[in-house]
Design a protein around this ligand. Structure first.
Ligand code: PBG
Length: 312
């Protein structure tokens, strides 16, 4: 046993985990997501004790996503930087309540867009360049709220450089950017879109998310993001893309992260609820494989449960 532990090549701790959390406006809300059991849409008041538990387990980094009510959505995502935005308010409050917390934000139009797309839609097309100033307004509002890591999940071309410049110009030179670099047009995002009710109203995301068949293209995307000033490069999803994680780790000397997405976690929840797979063992093996492939950090819905398991 001791020798096995001595020569164990891959270590994983709570410090490697980033916990994605869904936030909703209001009070007393903790609604389980049907297609992602064990995960909830939280209002801030109930989320605070949950965050405290996570922090005590050693999970200190959270990626927050807003579930915005339909009537606040519009074509240009104006609510994303509105003064009264509950998500921005929650970031402020969490930073005040937990001095050690690390908060990552989401930069993309889909939670706020009446079209359900990450970019601006006109006549059924996504307008890349016209989307960039909207993303920058969103990012600056999040920076003002006190976020630590900006997470552009939108996949528009040139947005890392654009955000970096705009943030620097406003004095946010210390704020890091974790770019969704190799984000594939995946079927594994379903439960996430259920959680935010953010599925595209028409079309799909294949004009801006990557083709799952492509590997070399990930190197191009990574080079662009790296040159534009990304502090972390992310691969998403994780499990079907372990080769891409490995590829980026071998080729870029910045931290590599992987997003163990909703559909990947949902498979484990579903099978274990049926008694077909052992929850703790499969979750551990998945997370270990993502680390072994080369991920420094992992975004995963298992974060709290896995940290709890490590404590035992
Ligand atoms: C969209 C976004 C998605 C996820 C994170 N940000 C879904 C999508 O691209 O449609 C998916 C995360 C998950 O499935 O857990 N900006």
């Amino acid at each position: 046993m001791a020798i096995r532990a001595m020569v164990e090549e891959t270590k994983i701790g709570a410090e490697h985990l980033i916990y994605p959390i869904f936030l909703e406006d209001g009070k007393g809300i903790k609604t389980e997501i049907k297609s992602l059991p064990n995960n909830y849409r939280w209002s801030l008041d109930l989320l605070i004790p949950e965050i405290e538990q996570c922090m005590n387990l050693g999970v200190k980094t959270f990626d927050l996503f807003p579930a915005v009510s339909e009537e606040l959505k519009d074509q240009t995502a104006t609510y994303s930087y509105a003064e009264e935005n509950f998500y921005l308010h929650a970031i402020r409050k969490l930073k005040e309540s937990f001095p050690e917390i690390v908060i990552m934000s989401d930069v993309a139009m889909d939670p706020y867009s009446s079209d359900g797309h990450d970019g601006l839609v006109q006549d059924g097309r996504i307008l890349n360049d016209e989307t960039l100033p909207i993303l920058a307004k969103m990012a600056i509002a999040q920076a003002q709220a006190g976020v630590d890591i900006i997470g552009p999940s939108d996949m528009m071309d040139g947005r890392v450089g654009y955000l970096r410049e705009e943030l620097d110009a406003k004095g946010y030179t210390d704020l890091s950017i974790m770019s969704y670099t190799a984000k594939y047009a995946s079927a594994f995002y379903g439960p996430f879109r259920d959680a935010l009710n953010s599925a595209p109203k028409s079309g799909d995301k294949k004009t801006y998310q990557m083709n799952p068949a492509n590997k070399r293209e990930a190197l191009i995307e990574a080079e662009l993001d790296f040159n534009e000033g990304a502090d972390f490069l992310m691969v998403k999803p994780a499990l079907c893309y372990l080769d891409i994680i490995h590829l980026l780790k071998e080729n870029f000397n910045v931290p590599i992260t992987a997003y163990n997405v909703s559909g990947e976690c949902a498979m484990v929840y579903a099978a274990s609820q049926n008694g077909w797979l052992n929850y703790e063992a499969t979750m551990s093996e998945m997370l270990l494989s993502i680390r072994r492939a080369g991920a420094d950090g992992i975004l995963t819905y298992f974060a709290k449960d896995f940290a709890q398991l490590l404590k035992r």
